[in-house]
Structure formats: structure tokens, C-alpha cells
Design a protein around this ligand. Structure first.
Ligand code: ADP
Length: 707
């Protein structure tokens, strides 16, 4: 027999076959069986082939060693011989009863059994032959051990190759799903497993796990579904952090899940990411004991590396997403700023949230018993459909809670909003009242967007919407108020104009008769007629002021200008108020002062200022005309009652009268100067007063030159 040939034989099974054949040929044995301890367990081969013979019931190295140990009492010259009569002692070890004596010779190397030769023989061989067999077994043992070291080295090399491969894959990609897809295939191949999967705890239903990556060969017929229950399966334990080692599936209660998917042995290791287990990797084998401790260590190391890579991906993506979300928020807020009305605000928000923040969203308003869909926008080409109307009472929880995740909602509204998907509903409050809510659909592919962060983001987004909504609602109120105000003021102006106009006719007639009476009547009743005349003139002034006031208030108030010489214009006005030239003194330059005026309206201004000066003083009033660099100036100075300090600007307001004028009972309406200011201002000029109480006032009107 040539043991050197054994060196060239590649697999433990082939080695066992060669050994059995060789030994059988070397002596007069009924049958020879070689047991070789290998990675996958104890490999057996008998010669002649197919004749049954010795076979271990449990083919593990431990059992093989136990078997040899149990033979101690049959030791003969370093071998063990069990006479035929005592082979019953082997009944528990072998599959079949043995009808001959059994000679067992351990295959040892450095004192450790690497297998055994089991020969069926009727007589114990002679010591000479035993020595020969022992020497043979020793060499064979060292060859098998050598083979084992080579296999271990190969395996180590293969495993470190796998780690290198995984590290490279994870370095290249920042896409979690892409990483997992290739890693499961690499791992499956390296462990020669039938199936490798990565499962993740389902976010919506914590009692389920989703298979997020799968690689399988066809060694197992049964397929595994995409979603598997956690309860009563090993996954439940894995998500609690345990490593599950199932060398022989079938004898534990939790095995039911594995049996169902045709698994004979399995390893499951958790991925620890940031101290949490949200996913795990499982290896399924089509044979029992398809792995050993080294494989387990290896898989744990793989899980560690993949977990690290996933944590990196997560960190990177969350940083990037956080930044892009902050930018998106800013853009949403910016677009919201221009929206004025409620509907517009809702549409702009939904459009910018879906476009900028890439969140599909739907906005609902509570109307009576229902939440009514106002706007819905999908992000990108994501499709979703949400109900038009949902019973409002289903959202009771939003009264006290700002953000509700899909799992926090009762089933009916959850399905109506998100269907089978996931999302968040955020309360929409205006002035502290629940106005409606915004529903956001959880974007797929954002693995690292953890709940707290997502909730925080949508809450901030909605806070801005709330602000804009409140503004839009307030704006609507104000616009309505302004419209009502404009309408009522327009009505009032029309009324004023109409009254003033209709007053003038009869008043002029009364004044005419008064004048006639004064001219013709004798002293009797003259005082009374004079009183009627003066009061009628007052009413005429009042009605003129009222007409002018109504005109300045009306929309589209405009001037009918002509260019005049201010000296002539003021001169004519002064003459009309003091035909006898007793009280008004006009001082004007020699040069023409060209001013563009609405003569009728500006005449009203001059009338008011001159009549006031005459009314509020008893002495001479000077009217000074001048032309300065800034324009023309008309100054009307009297030495009358003056205006108390602090009331100067009030005299130009509507119905504004100085306290001293009231006190002294001087009749007036407080409208004249207000109208005068309006008219001067539309001419591009200004009117001002300086005054000292009891000493007099100076009213000055400046006007730009005609161009
Ligand atoms: P009124 O019909 O009351 O004169 P005006 O609008 O013309 O209304 O003037 C507003 C108020 O300004 C007067 O009521 C008066 O108190 C004060 N005022 C106007 N002109 C003079 C003046 N020349 N001297 C003192 N007070 C004046």
C-alpha cells in the first residue's frame, strides 16, 4: 500500500475511501472502515464498498473520540480488539450490529485522534501484524492531520478574503441596499450556505421582520416570504441581541420557523448599529451541522464589519440629509412668504414640501364632523392616494399631541391616509385651535431618518405653515374690513358731496334775499337780518368746505392746473376779502412768480387761511409773497389769539380746533385747514404754522415753481 498516494488525494471522503480500500487489501479482513475527522464532521468509507459495515450513529468528532475512549478496556498493543461475543457493547455507537470481531486502530497525530480504522475480523491479528497496522495508522494520522492544517489554513485564507471583500464592497458604496445585496451573496458563497438573508425589524409592525436582502442557491426547495413573524421564532431572540446557533434544526420549539423554510442547520447573528439591533443576518443550510465554531466566529466577525459599514452609511447619509433638509426648509419658508390667501398658502406649502423637501404630503382641514382633503402633492414620481374625507373624531389624539406616527393612529384613518405605507400626521393649529392636519408619507430609501428626527423636521415645517395660515386668515379678515371701510367711506363721501351741493342752492337764495333786505330795509329788524345773513354765509362756507373735503377724500382726486402769476392770484383773493383795503396788507416782489395751480381749489386754500387770519385776530393782517430757491412762499401773519403750544399740528387734522378758539366761542368747524393741507400737498407744496398764544400766528404755504 502506498501512503504517499494518500497525500495527493484531495477530499477527506476520498481519503477515507482510499484508506479503507488499502487496509482491506493489506490483510485478511472481512471489511474495513476508515473514519476521518473533517470540517464537516466525521467522514466514513467502508471497503468493500456498499456492503454495509460499521457506521457511526452520530458523525461528529466528539462522538468518534468517545467511541475510541469507550474501547479502552479492549486495548491490545496500542489497538483495540472487541471479540465478536462482545460487540453488543458497540450497539449504541454503530448504526448496524456488527457480526464479526472489531479491531479499531486510532489515526493519531501528536496524541490527538484524527480518525480511526475499524476492521471487522474474526480473530485478533498477530502482534506483528498489529504493529504493522499501528505504524500504518500513525502515518495515515499524520497525513490526515496535515490535511486538516491545510484545510484550516485554506479556510482562514478564504475567510480573510471574504472580510477583505466585504470591506471593499462597503467602502465603495454608500447605498445600504446595494451593500447588503452583494454582501449576502458573498457570505452565502463563502459559507457554502443554501441561503443568506438580512432581516430588519418592521417599523410599522414590531412583531414582524422584513427580509431586506436575500441570496440563495437551489439547495432548499421551500422559499422564504418577504415578511416573517418574530414571535416564537429565533429572530425574536436575535433582536434582543443573542447569537443563534442551530446545528441540527428540528428539536427546539423555535425551530418551527426554520423547518418551514426547509432549513436543516442555521446561524443567526445580530447587526449591532449604534448600540441597537434593528437587523440581523441569517445563514440557512440544507444539511445539519453544516458549520462549526470557526464558522460561527467568522460570521460574527462578518456581522461586525457589515454593522460598522452600515453605521458609517447611516452617519454619512444622515449628515447629508440633515443638511439638505435644512436647506429645503429654508426654501419652503421663503416660498410661503409670498402666499396671501388660505388656499394659496396650502397649495404653495404642499408644492414646495413635495418639491424641496421631497415629502409627499396631504393637507386636511376640519370641517364639522369631517377632515376634508384640501391639497395633496406627491414627491417626484412617488404615487399615493389618500381619502377625500375622513371622520374627524378619528384624529382626537391630535388635540393633545402634535405629531402622530402611522402606528399611533387607529386602523381606519391609518389606512385612509397611508394605505399600507408609513407616515406621520402633524396637527395644524391656528391661534391655538386645531384647524386641520398635515399628513406626510415616509420617504422610502431614507433608512437613517430616525423617528425623532423625522418628527422634529415635519413639526418645524408645519410650524411655518401654521404661521403662514394664521397670517393668511388675518389678512383675509383685514382685507374684508378694509373693503367694508372703503365702501362705507365712499358712501359717506358721496353723501357729503350731495348734501353740500344741495345746501348751496337754497343758502345762496337766502343770502341774496338778506342782502336785498339789508339794502332796502330801514332800521327795524336790521340786526336780525344781519344775523341771518352772517349765519347763512357761515353755512355757505361750511358747505364749500364740505364739498372740498369730499373731493379730497374721493378716489381719483386730481387737479385741473393752469400756470398763473402768483402775485395776481393772491392779489385778487386779498381784494375780494378786504375790498376796502382796511385789514389785509399785501407785500409782493416785482418779478412774476409762475406757479401751476388748480385755481378753483387753491382759491379755496387762500380763502380759508385769509378768513381765519381775519376771524382769529382783530387787527391788520400782512400777506407776504416771496420767491426763494425752494419755490414760492405765501406768508399770512396776524396778531390775534394765536395757538397754544402743543396744538400746532392738530389744527391741520380733520375737525381739529385749538382749545383757545373753542374756549372763546369763536365759531368754526375744524375742516378748513385740513382741506387746505390736502390741496396744498397735491400741488406738491406744504403748509405750516408758527404761533405764540395771544400774540399771533403765521401761516406759510410753499409751492414749487411751474416748470
Ligand atoms: P375753523 O372753521 O375752526 O376755523 P380751520 O380748519 O380753518 O377751522 O382751523 C382750525 C383751527 O385752527 C381753528 O379752529 C383755530 O383753532 C385754529 N386757527 C386757524 N387759523 C388760526 C389763526 N389765524 N389764529 C389762531 N388760530 C387759528
Amino acid at each position: 500500500m502506498s501512503l504517499t498516494r494518500l497525500l495527493t488525494i484531495p477530499t477527506p471522503a476520498a481519503k477515507a475511501r482510499a484508506l479503507a480500500g488499502d487496509v482491506l487489501a493489506a490483510g485478511s479482513f472481512v471489511r474495513a472502515t476508515a473514519l476521518v475527522m473533517a470540517d464537516e464532521g466525521v467522514v466514513e468509507a467502508s471497503a468493500p464498498e456498499g456492503t454495509g459495515g460499521f457506521a457511526l450513529r452520530v458523525k461528529t468528532p466528539e462522538v468518534a473520540r468517545l467511541f475510541l475512549h469507550a474501547l479502552q478496556r479492549f486495548a491490545v498493543d496500542g489497538c483495540f480488539f472487541v471479540p465478536r461475543a462482545q460487540t453488543r457493547a458497540l450497539a449504541g455507537v454503530t448504526v448496524r450490529p456488527v457480526d464479526h470481531g472489531v479491531l479499531a486502530i486510532p489515526l493519531e497525530y501528536q496524541g490527538v485522534a484524527r480518525g480511526a480504522l475499524v476492521l471487522e475480523v474474526d480473530e485478533c491479528p498477530m502482534p506483528e501484524e498489529l504493529r504493522y497496522l499501528r505504524a500504518y495508522a500513525e502515518i495515515a494520522g499524520s497525513i490526515v492531520a496535515h490535511e486538516e492544517t491545510i484545510t484550516a489554513a485554506k479556510r482562514e485564507a478564504r475567510q480573510s478574503d471574504l472580510l477583505a471583500l466585504i470591506n471593499e464592497r462597503t467602502r465603495k458604496s454608500l447605498d445600504r441596499d446595494a451593500i447588503l445585496r452583494v454582501v449576502v451573496e458573498d457570505v452565502r458563497k463563502a459559507f457554502d450556505a443554501a441561503r443568506c438573508i438580512v432581516v430588519e425589524r418592521n417599523r410599522l409592525r414590531r412583531d414582524l421582520a422584513t427580509i431586506v436582502a436575500l441570496a440563495e442557491n437551489r439547495a432548499i426547495e421551500q422559499s422564504i416570504p418577504d415578511i416573517v413573524p418574530l414571535q416564537g421564532t429565533w429572530f425574536e431572540r436575535v433582536f434582543a441581541g443573542s447569537v443563534i446557533v442551530r446545528p441540527r434544526v428540528g428539536d427546539a420549539a423555535n425551530d418551527a420557523g426554520l423547518v418551514e423554510y426547509g432549513v436543516k442547520s442555521a446561524l443567526i447573528v445580530p447587526f449591532l448599529i449604534d448600540g441597537k439591533v434593528e437587523s440581523a443576518m441569517a445563514l440557512h443550510f440544507a444539511h445539519p451541522r453544516a458549520f462549526d465554531d470557526v464558522d460561527l466566529m467568522m460570521l460574527r466577525s462578518v456581522a461586525f464589519h457589515v454593522g460598522l459599514a452600515l453605521a458609517n452609511v447611516r452617519l454619512f447619509q444622515s449628515e447629508r440629509q440633515r443638511r439638505s433638509r435644512a436647506e429645503a426648509l429654508e426654501r419652503v419658508v421663503r416660498t410661503l412668504r409670498d402666499a396671501r390667501e388660505i388656499e394659496e398658502t396650502l397649495v404653495v406649502f404642499a408644492a414646495s414640501a413635495s418639491h424641496e423637501a421631497r415629502l409627499s404630503c396631504a393637507l386636511y382641514a376640519f370641517e364639522g364632523e369631517e377632515a376634508v382633503l384640501r391639497v395633496a402633492r406627491a414627491a417626484g414620481d412617488a404615487a399615493f392616494s389618500c381619502a377625500q374625507r375622513i371622520e374627524a373624531s378619528q384624529f382626537e389624539a391630535l388635540q393633545s399631541q402634535d405629531v402622530l406616527g402611522a402606528p399611533d393612529l387607529p386602523e381606519a384613518p391609518r389606512l385612509a391616509l397611508f394605505g399600507a405605507g408609513d407616515g406621520t400626521a402633524v396637527a395644524l393649529r391656528v391661534d391655538g385651535e386645531l384647524w386641520g392636519f398635515a399628513a406626510f408619507f415616509r420617504p422610502s430609501g431614507e433608512i437613517d431618518w430616525d423617528d425623532a428626527e423625522q418628527r422634529g423636521f415635519v413639526r418645524t415645517l408645519v410650524a411655518h405653515l401654521e404661521l403662514s395660515l394664521a397670517t393668511a386668515i388675518a389678512f383675509g379678515h383685514i382685507a374684508r374690513l378694509a373693503r367694508a371701510l372703503a365702501e362705507s367711506s365712499e358712501f359717506k363721501d358721496d353723501l357729503m358731496a350731495m348734501l353740500a351741493h344741495d345746501f348751496r342752492g337754497p343758502l345762496t337764495v337766502i343770502a341774496g334775499y338778506c342782502e336785498l333786505l339789508l339794502e332796502t330795509s330801514s332800521s327795524e329788524g336790521r340786526t336780525e337780518v344781519e344775523a341771518i345773513f352772517s349765519q347763512t354765509q357761515r353755512l355757505v362756507r361750511l358747505s364749500e368746505d364740505a364739498v372740498a373735503l369730499a373731493q379730497t377724500q374721493a378716489a381719483g382726486f386730481s387737479l385741473n392746473r393752469t400756470v398763473v402769476d402768483l402775485r395776481e392770484f393772491v392779489g385778487a383773493s386779498v381784494a375780494s376779502h378786504d375790498p376796502a383795503g382796511k385789514r389785509l396788507r399785501l407785500l409782493a416782489p416785482d418779478e412774476r412768480i409762475a406757479i401751476s395751480l388748480d385755481t378753483q381749489r387753491f382759491g379755496h386754500v387762500l380763502d380759508n387761511v385769509l378768513m381765519n387770519a381775519l376771524k382769529y385776530s382783530g387787527s391788520e393782517v400782512s400777506v407776504n409773497l416771496s420767491a426763494g430757491p425752494a419755490g414760492a412762499c405765501i406768508e399770512v401773519r396776524d396778531r390775534g389769539i394765536g395757538i397754544p403750544p402743543g396744538e400746532l399740528s392738530a389744527v391741520f387734522t380733520r375737525f381739529g380746533r385749538a382749545s383757545n378758539a373753542r374756549r372763546k366761542g369763536i365759531a368754526g368747524s375744524g375742516v378748513g385747514l385740513y382741506v387746505a393741507r390736502k390741496i396744498v400737498e397735491v400741488h406738491g407744496g406744504a403748509i405750516d404754522v408758527s404761533s405764540v398764544e395771544d400774540q399771533g400766528s403765521t401761516f406759510s404755504i410753499t409751492l414749487p415753481f411751474a416748470t
